[in-house]
Design a protein around this ligand. Sequence first.
Ligand code: NI
Length: 236
Amino acid sequence: MIVECPKSNRNYCTVLNPLPHFGGTEIGLFLASHGECRKVGEERPIVAIPWTQRSRRDAIIWGQAMPETYQQYRKRALGYLESMGNRDPIKIQKATPAKLERLLHGVPRKELQRRPARGKWSVLEILGHLADAELAMAWRLRIMLARRGATLLWFDQDIWARKFRYQTRDHRQLLDLFRALRQSNLALLKSIPRREWGRCYGIHELRGRQSVADFVLMEAAHDLNHLRQIAGILGR
Ligand code: NI
């Protein structure tokens, strides 16, 4: 888990145990999302790992920008919503499948599989991730609406993308899955009065208390974030 130190404003990686294969001192450079330091424990500053110790696939973030904390990501993603005049997040969510459709129209498969940099997702992987986020949303919405205050599990998006091999998947299938899940989630939300959205909440493992309204807002911001990312990769 990446956290920002309130005093130094530096990002730290929190870990449960030092990783024996790296001698335990350089683990700060591992991203929590790669599954190496997912539990909150001691904190260590992020430091460089010598080239000779660089071995575990793309688990090491080398020479890339420091990963964001959730709070930093949230601020950035909400900024995209602001730049659209804070439009209704439901309207934004409704529009996303068609926007993706337009963005991907006529793009060759090779380009969909191209990773723009080491350790960065391809368009296919982003599509798989968008479907995952929607799948998680389907479950979390039901949990929050039916049992207030229930625990919401965190999932490791990078491990999912790698383990479930989104890079090898068909983009149409992923897009269809995303669209179907999105439509189903929006239909579910429509059946619940909006005043309930703020009252129903869950306790997210890493982010703490989050209401249905929070999730609806952040899912829209998440859409905008990844639409920009895809447009950037495809140069559109
Ligand atoms: Ni995402």
